[in-house]
Ligand binder design. Structure first.
Ligand SMILES: [Zn+2]
Ligand SMILES: [Zn+2]
Length: 276
């Protein structure tokens, strides 16, 4: 049974299922039904100079999380999170700070969705790009995310191999052996550890045929081997029916590496929650 789900999007996020019932209350009911004890709503707040950016009304998200706590707070540990993206870019840093000051979330999931030209991998037309370009964009993504991790204000770093979700779906590259990227990922993990941040394991790609989480099992093991202890686990569900899905698989894997629990956040303060 998954202990938590620290990455969820309701209809408040512009890319989630927009049906009326895809709201915080349905997410809470599903979590309770599935025996999940801790959940965080992390609506998207992408800051890029692009009108198509995936985003939300951050005050609406705060109010929805408050309502969820009021209705279900006696049965579930509910956190008001935000998935805040691209705050490493000079033109986005001030807006990131402004929104955090405005909504004071419990938990900030730091996130990077774009290539260095500002295109989200989610909207990229893969037929327009060569394999060489895609591989070099992965190098670029990595240097951007190391930069992001080195100074931005967040609690856990989301899906740090994000391009792989879309490479696998759309390109001819197939499954990339991430052992080749051990060096830059070691650097990234050391930065996270030094700053006391958590690493997210995102189970969304275990629902498709990639059969690996983000980051993949090899990289999770590398993080643990380097001394990494802080994890958050998230399904990245955009529909309440997906709450907590595939988190048990990730949980079993990290338990097998000797990890004893995961992190939750309240008012930006971390707590260690032990597995049963
Ligand atoms: Zn994301
Ligand atoms: Zn997300």
């Amino acid at each position: 049974m998954p202990i938590c789900d620290m990455h969820m999007h309701t209809r408040i996020s512009s890319d989630a299922d927009q049906s009326l019932e895809n709201n915080v209350l349905s997410f809470c009911e599903t979590a309770i039904k599935r025996g999940i004890k801790h959940i965080a709503f992390t609506e998207h707040y992408d800051i890029i100079p692009d009108p198509g950016a995936i985003t939300c009304d951050a005050l609406e998200a705060k109010e929805a999380a408050r309502l969820a706590k009021e209705r279900y707070g006696d049965r579930l540990d509910i956190m008001h999170g935000i998935e805040l993206a691209h705050i490493h870019r000079p033109e986005c840093t001030a807006e990131g700070k402004r929104v955090l000051d405005e909504v004071n979330p419990d938990f900030v999931l730091g996130s990077l969705h774009i290539n260095d030209d500002g295109t989200d991998y989610y909207t990229m037309d893969f037929s327009q790009y060569s394999d060489e370009f895609l591989l070099s964009s992965l190098d670029d993504y990595l240097s951007q995310i190391i930069h992001f991790a080195s100074f931005c204000d967040f609690d856990s770093l989301a899906h740090c191999t994000y391009p792989l979700r879309y490479f696998h779906m759309h390109s001819r590259l197939g499954i990339i052996d991430m052992k080749k990227y051990s060096e830059p990922y070691s650097e990234l993990f050391r930065v996270l550890m030094k700053r006391g941040k958590s690493l997210e394991i995102n189970s969304s790609t275990l629902r498709g045929d990639y059969r690996q989480p983000l980051p993949c099992f090899d990289l999770i093991k590398l993080y643990v081997d380097l001394g990494g202890k802080k994890f958050t686990l998230g399904s990245d569900s955009h529909h309440y029916d997906l709450v907590g899905t595939k988190i048990d698989e990730v949980q079993e894997f990290i338990k097998s590496l000797g990890v004893e629990g995961v992190m939750t956040y309240h008012n930006r303060q971390e707590s260690f929650v032990k597995f049963d």
